[in-house]
Design a protein around this ligand. Structure first.
Ligand code: GLU
Length: 310
């Protein structure tokens, strides 16, 4: 499916060279923060603050059916309780329809999109789209919109995980940017927001590592500058599945915020001094900003049995 070699091909993505830093934490409001998402938020926050950069909070609320009432407020309150204060107004993807429509129009103008009426069942089993509607394009307004996969390799250097590459046609295939129900696909929204929103650094969970070439591909087609990426390990529960809001991961609200931040720092390999055990989040985060070393974050995509490590 994917290659680990990030050979610098002609299609490698050129990252920004400017010194400005703008990071973001981009939770979907599908439930409250859990320890895994707190680890990601802490890493993203510390990397921004250690670079004297800006840190945005972007609520990814484009998937109406999956949005849980009150979850965005719960996430916001939880971030504040853990000392993770963002800059500026909260950004909400639900207000960005114009940006996404514009991106789709641009891809269409480039001849890079087609309508797809394949049913889910017609596609089952094969992760790579077989190209049915690409060969027989529909011209009316029904169906999903897919972007055409070109035969190019997209390679990038992740600050934690190292070199990563995918061949867009072979490993990914034509992918959906607007769903048949009209919702914008995550790949489109995140690419438009990171590129158009002038995000320079993305620090997020390693479960999204294999999404990154698709996003770089879209940014390349749209002529947007790509951010620099760092994918932090995700936490796996005792049963080996990813902690997620949907699986009802242990609530961090039941524990003192300082304890949660301590745990997050330890999982990120930052070894806070024993004298700070029991400190409030701001004290821990001050120390961690001054001592942030992304090189000490474990170079793995997942951490299992994480409570035993703390
Ligand atoms: N909204 C995604 C999530 O909550 C994260 C997207 C991203 O950081 O690119 O998992």
């Amino acid at each position: 499916m994917k290659s680990r070699s990030a050979s610098s091909t002609a299609d490698s993505v050129t990252n920004r060279i400017e010194s400005r830093y703008c990071g973001r934490f981009a939770p979907s409001p599908t439930g409250p923060l859990h320890l895994g998402s707190l680890v990601t938020a802490v890493a993203s926050f510390l990397d921004a603050r250690a670079h004297h950069g800006e840190w945005q909070l972007r609520i990814e609320d484009i998937d109406g059916p999956r949005t849980v009432d009150g979850a965005a407020d719960a996430i916001r309150n939880s971030l504040v309780r853990h000392g993770l204060e963002w800059d500026g107004e909260i950004v909400r993807q639900s207000t960005h329809a114009d940006r996404y429509d514009h991106a789709i129009a641009e891809l269409r103008r480039l001849g890079m999109t087609f309508r797809c009426r394949c049913s889910r069942s017609a596609l089952s089993g094969d992760p790579i789209y077989p190209g049915t509607c690409r060969r027989n394009p529909h011209h009316d307004g029904e169906g999903a919109i897919r972007v055409r996969a070109r035969a190019i390799e997209i390679a990038f250097e992740d600050r934690i995980q190292g070199g990563y590459a995918q061949h867009i046609e072979r490993d990914v295939g034509d992918f959906v940017i607007r769903r048949r129900d009209g919702l914008y696909a995550y790949q489109l929204a995140v690419s438009a927001d990171d590129g158009d929103g002038r995000i320079t650094h993305v620090v997020r969970g390693a479960d999204l590592l294999d999404n990154t070439p698709r996003q770089l591909y879209l940014m390349q087609l749209l002529g947007l500058d790509a951010p620099i990426y760092a994918h932090v390990p995700v936490l796996l529960g005792a049963d080996g599945t990813k902690l997620s809001k949907q699986t009802g991961a242990r609530s961090i609200e039941a524990h003192p915020a300082g304890e949660n931040v301590w745990l997050a720092l330890t999982l990120l390999g930052q070894s806070p001094p024993a004298t700070l055990r029991g400190a409030i989040p701001n004290e821990l985060l001050d120390w961690a900003t001054r001592h942030w070393r992304i090189d000490d974050v474990p170079r793995t995509t997942a951490i299992t049995n994480f409570l035993a490590l703390c």
